[in-house]
Design a protein. Sequence first.
Length: 96
Amino acid sequence: MVDQNSLRNPVAELESQVQRMMELLGQPPESPPAALFLLVDTLRSRVGTLKKIVGELPKMVDKRLTLVVEEVSILTDDLKVDSMQSEVNLLNRVVG
């Protein structure tokens, strides 16, 4: 799953991750080459996550549409039955 907080403020999250990684590596946070490398690596990871999410969207939409079509079919059948029942009741009143 995607961390919702990181989606809200991705720049702050990336800056924080780079700072933590730099501290773990024992390098000053101002070290541009290492910071850029880690930033690019983090961005690649985020892009990969987004690609997975986007890849799943058509399947999710298809499932939702299938459910909607099934529900509409059920409702249509119910309406047909209700309509027929109304006609039968009307005929019973006229005949009876």
